[in-house]
Design a protein around this ligand. Structure first.
Ligand code: TXA
Ligand code: MG
Length: 328
């Protein structure tokens, strides 16, 4: 069942159907501001097992629990001063905080992969928060793609990836941020960046000072030692091979441009998209996964990608692209 939340006549019945599905332990395609999530009751181990099965995801890789606000987050995790400052600044929004798990939290051990920590986030999408508030329990939600594939930024991507596995998909239009949340761990050793994402490193560091990480970035050969357990080297992978930071385009390659760069050979590309002709990294992040899907669908054997600056949101974009390009 695909529900268009923008349609006032469909919205309430759609939310009610989603709540009933969650209560029955089933899976719901949930909009967030970053990417669409595959949501289930985080306190129901069988429902959570359904997420791992649908995605084909290894169960050592914990899930983010989505909560309605900071007060709800504090029922599941223990927030020190740095974590509290980050939550206050960026929630609701594209930041996940990994904090010590609070004793007595009903979140399933399967969702946290048995770790002593829990990843929590208050999503920036109002319909997602309404769903969570009305459900009354946290929702475990990874990105709604098959494990290792390109993350979904539209409801139709969710249907294409997992349509046979979800009871309801809530369509709230294309996701505005377009890359997943930034993950910061705030455990004993101070804040560490586990995954670059929709909140920039500079914005985090402005509040809590310099943060280390991520380790095992796709540039290094550390696939066997991921820090966020999901940060495996090959991820976000289209069918086509991906070539990064190209200084020319080979005939027949698909070309993913940025800022209308004058890359030799671009005229001969089989297919060409520009993440942001104006060179705006926020626009590029919002277009990244949809453009990768479109170029992949062109059937070209290789996607050549123009250089993208590493600052600001460019860090998250380059992280996703380098995993898309990693050997599989
Ligand atoms: O923007 C997002 O974060 C999206 C939307 C749907 O909220 N979700 C998302 O989930 O990207 P997923 O499962 O694709 O990525 C979650 C990452 C994984 O790399 C996982 O290993 C890490 O978060 N993670 C979750 N809990 C953790 C924990 N306790 N310690 C370390 N890493 C954790
Ligand atoms: Mg994912």
């Amino acid at each position: 069942m695909l529900v268009r939340l923008a349609d006032p006549a469909a919205r309430e019945a759609g939310l009610a159907a989603a709540l009933a599905a969650l209560a029955a332990g089933r899976l719901v395609g949930m909009p967030t501001e970053t990417v669409y999530g595959l949501a289930a009751d985080a306190t129901d181990g069988r429902a959570v097992a359904g997420i791992y099965a649908a995605k084909g995801r290894p169960s050592f890789n914990p899930l983010i629990a989505h909560v309605e606000d900071f007060a709800a987050a504090e029922r599941h995790g223990v927030f020190g001063p740095a974590a509290r400052r980050l939550a206050e600044a960026f929630w609701p929004g594209p930041l996940t905080l990994v904090v010590p798990r609070r004793d007595g939290s009903p979140i399933s051990d399967l969702a946290t992969a048995g770790l002593g920590s829990v990843g929590l986030r208050v999503p920036g999408n109002a319909a997602a928060r309404e769903l969570i508030r009305r459900f009354g329990r946290p929702l475990a939600a990874p990105s709604a793609n098959r494990s290792g594939r390109i993350s979904p930024t539209t409801a139709s991507d969710v249907v294409a990836e997992l349509g046979d596995r979800v009871a309801v998909v809530l369509d709230d239009g294309p996701t505005p941020v377009g890359v997943e949340s930034t993950i910061v761990s705030c455990l004993d050793d101070g804040p560490r960046l586990l995954r670059p994402g929709g909140v920039t490193r500079a914005a985090i560091e402005a509040l809590v000072g310099p943060v280390d990480g991520p380790e095992g970035s796709a540039g290094e050969a550390e696939a066997d030692r991921p820090v966020a357990p999901g940060q495996l080297l090959s991820h976000y992978a289209p069918r086509a091979r991906v070539r990064l930071d190209v200084d020319h385009v080979e005939p027949g390659e698909a070309f993913l441009d940025f800022a209308a760069a004058a890359v030799p050979g671009a005229e001969a590309a089989a297919c060409r998209l520009d993440l942001s002709p104006a060179g705006d990294l926020a626009e590029a992040a919002a277009n990244l996964f949809a453009d990768l899907r479109r170029l992949d669908a062109s059937g070209a054997a290789t996607i050549a990608v123009a250089p993208i600056p590493a600052e600001g949101l460019g860090e998250a974009i380059r992280d996703r692209l380098s995993r898309a390009a990693a050997p599989r």
